[in-house]
Design a protein around this ligand. Structure first.
Ligand SMILES: Cc1cc2nc3c(=O)[nH]c(=O)nc-3n(C[C@H](O)[C@H](O)[C@H](O)COP(=O)(O)O)c2cc1C
Length: 206
């Protein structure tokens, strides 16, 4: 297949669409962020890149704290709203019908309706151009109890999370294409996993 070349751009997919809350319990804001990801496992570290003109930019710049709130299908409208309105004019918690919940460590509120919240504290800022990249330690993680199985394992696949790709939001759904490592899995392991799956399905039917 022939390829057509384009000028350099941010052509990567899919991306998360998270709501980052910042500020304080009294004076808070929410910004929708797609430029985010994990940059280190141990210690767990993440980043968000914020354009200089955003209202949230100076809040995160000055406080050095934010919360990453994962988004699901129920929060798709709020996610879009927080990405299309500015905290300079709108109280986004009120406008999007979201509830503030106190975090354990950082001063900014978490979004109670989000299935997962990551409390973050900035350790380094990179001035990249249009955006400043706030690299942060993940200090605490909060997960809705209904996402835990009987062994306490987090089942993120139950959260109905959404992703963003070039102007559209997509539900991740349950159509997984295989678990991590399936391409190199030993037949013995495959059999064991299938046995466990069948046993679980049997238990559910009872
Ligand atoms: C899906 C989506 C992803 C976005 N990702 C980013 C981002 O990564 N960085 C950024 O600075 N703005 C991003 N924006 C734009 C801001 O969310 C938007 O300008 C918002 O109104 C800023 O709010 P604020 O002025 O209250 O800070 C995104 C918007 C949407 C809808």
């Amino acid at each position: 297949m022939e390829k057509k070349s384009f000028k350099p751009s941010t052509m990567l997919y899919p991306l998360p669409a998270v709501m980052a809350s910042c500020g304080t319990m009294e004076e808070s804001n929410i910004i929708t962020i797609a430029w985010t990801g994990i940059i280190c496992s141990d210690p767990p570290r993440t980043y968000i890149s914020i354009a200089k003109q955003r209202y949230s930019h100076d809040i995160v710049e000055n406080s050095g704290e934010f919360v990453i709130n994962l988004t699901n299908a129920d929060l798709a409208r709020a996610t879009d709203l927080c990405g299309c309105t500015t905290g300079a004019r709108v109280d986004k918690f009120k406008e999007a019908g979201l509830t503030k919940a106190a975090a354990d460590i950082v001063s900014c509120p978490m979004i109670a309706e989000a299935p997962v919240n990551l409390e973050c504290r900035v350790f380094k800022v990179e001035r990249l151009g249009s955006h400043d990249m706030y690299m942060a330690d993940i200090l605490a993680v909060h997960v809705n109890e209904d996402l835990l199985d009987e062994n306490g394992r987090i089942c993120l696949e139950k959260a109905g999370l959404i992703a963003y790709s070039h102007g559209f939001y997509y539900g991740l759904g349950s159509g997984d294409l295989g678990r991590f490592g399936w391409s190199v899995m030993k037949p013995k392991t495959k059999k064991r996993i299938n046995r466990e799956k069948a046993a679980k399905a049997g238990q559910k039917r009872k």
